[in-house]
Design a protein around this ligand. Structure first.
Ligand code: 2HG
Ligand code: ZN
Length: 465
């Protein structure tokens, strides 16, 4: 169905980009053949590194004319295989599209290229007193473009929203080579279909995003962080919705079950004594402009937590202690990966259903014989379920465990949730797309894909089976 890359195509790519930015050596093909998803490896035939939208346009024109698959790639930190070139062809790395073009302090906006590292952007706007809240655990290495492609979230989403909530306008290169803007640099827009939001979460299947206009907000100067141990993990989950019901919106509300904490502590090599009876932690942060208000919020939260039989609440006393707690939470995924091969599920339900989801996940794990490490953005009802391979046979891992995953996803839908909150569908979840969507819903989505990309060159093998 797709053409393989010949030396003539390589020559054309070199004409467009220069020799240095067209890689065909084994080391490069190996490096760009995996992301952070499980242990999957699909090598591309060639890796290209454009520096401008015009170069991206010329590459896509070539691909479209000759039926060559092209897989856009950010930093390769994705967890659903979105950047894997499963049909070979070209990996288009956005690492040279890495300029912060403008931070517009008059309008509280910024225009950036897609290969800017999320944390670099956050720090650049913070210097001007501004805040870009989406902060995936991998923010020190992931790219803004990848965050957009996968509709990434992170701990701050519970109060501030996810990546999509900060995107105003996008420059996109279509498979035809045309370069378009999707909207306008405005906070309100009721002008036609919302192409901007259609691109967000489209996982590189519709075109290549090259520039982003973000909205920003003023940086909240104060925060307080509390660590709350629980003797019962389900009770910890039940406490979550009660906090909001009491009238407080924390800036982060994270959950880690005991096994996930222990596994992470080993990985980050931090000595953090925890009582044997503790089965889960909530990490709760409040932020804002007024310390007195934050103290009152914490009092209210504490009153709620006591009703759910928590142990003594620890308030982080210094910036160091806060950093350490966040380091533990942010390393949970990497720690699972370091422990053994694992499947990363990104379940999400309405937040008051979180305890039911956790209970169900554990029951399904027992039924199918797998162990899970659970942690995530409890305030969003977003539970990361890491299924560990441990000593499960390859046969069971490939056939029995996916049955269990299907049951977990069925449960999410019964609870009015869905199968991915912030990691995307990509390659590894596409076989489950018939769980949240029926035929009509899938056909509508596939129709959109066909309209943008009739030849199917953009990141084939993703989202849909
Ligand atoms: C987490 O909650 C993230 O730890 C991991 O979802 C994903 O930052 C990432 O790449
Ligand atoms: Zn997460």
């Amino acid at each position: 169905m797709y053409q393989t890359i010949t030396s003539a195509y390589i020559e054309e790519l070199r004409q467009i980009l220069g020799n240095e930015y067209v890689l065909v050596d084994d080391e490069a093909l190996q490096k760009y053949g995996h992301d952070e998803t499980e242990d999957l490896q699909f090598n591309p035939e060639v890796v290209v590194k454009p520096e401008t939208a015009e170069q991206v346009s010329q590459i896509l024109l070539l691909c479209n004319k000759h039926d060559i698959p092209v897989t856009p790639r950010g930093a390769g930190t994705g967890l659903s295989g979105g950047a894997l070139p499963v049909y070979g062809g070209i990996v288009l790395s956005t690492e040279r599209l890495n300029k912060i073009i403008e931070i517009d302090e008059r309008n509280l906006q910024a225009t950036v290229e897609v290969g800017v590292i999320t944390q670099v952007f956050q720090e650049a706007v913070k210097e001007k007193g501004l805040f870009y809240p989406p902060d995936p655990s991998s923010r020190g290495s992931c790219f803004l473009g990848g965050n957009l492609a996968e509709s990434a979230g992170g701990p701050k989403a519970v109060k501030y929203g996810v990546t999509k909530d900060y995107v105003l306008n996008l420059e996109v290169v279509l498979p035809t080579g045309e370069i378009i803007w999707t909207g306008a640099n405005v906070l309100k827009n009721s002008t036609g279909y919302n192409l901007t939001q259609l691109m967000v979460g489209s996982e590189g299947t519709l075109g290549v995003i090259t520039k982003i206009v973000f909205k920003l907000i003023p940086y909240p100067p104060y925060d307080l962080l509390m660590l709350v141990p629980f003797f019962n993990a389900e009770k910890a989950c039940q406490a979550v919705s009660a906090i909001f019901k009491a009238g407080v919106i924390p800036s982060c509300l994270e959950f880690m079950e005991r096994d996930a904490i222990d596994n992470t502590l080993k990985y980050v090599d931090i000595n953090f004594p925890i009582k044997d009876e503790v089965k889960a932690h909530l990490i709760i942060e409040v932020d804002g402009n007024d310390m007195d208000v934050l103290m009152k919020d914490c009092e209210k939260i504490s009153e709620v937590l006591e009703q759910f039989e928590c142990d003594e609440i620890l308030f982080a006393e210094s910036a160091n202690q806060k950093d350490e707690l966040w380091r533990i939470r942010r390393a949970a995924g990497e720690a699972s990966k370091a422990h053994c091969i694992y499947k990363e599920e990104d379940t999400v339900v309405p937040r008051a259903e979180l305890a039911t989801l956790l209970k169900g996940v554990k029951e399904i794990g027992s039924k199918y014989g797998f162990r899970t490490l659970c942690y995530g953005h409890a305030g969003d009802g977003n539970l990361h379920v890491n299924i560990l391979k441990d000593d499960i046979s390859d046969e069971d891992w490939n056939h029995k465990v996916p049955e269990g995953v299907k049951e977990i996803f069925d449960l999410c839908i019964r609870l009015k949730g869905t199968i991915s909150g912030e990691h995307g569908i990509g390659f590894v979840q596409k076989e489950y797309m018939n769980i949240p969507f029926n035929q009509t819903q899938l056909e509508l989505q596939k129709g959109i894909k066909k309209l943008f990309d009739p030849n199917g060159i953009m990141n084939p093998g993703k989202i849909f089976v």
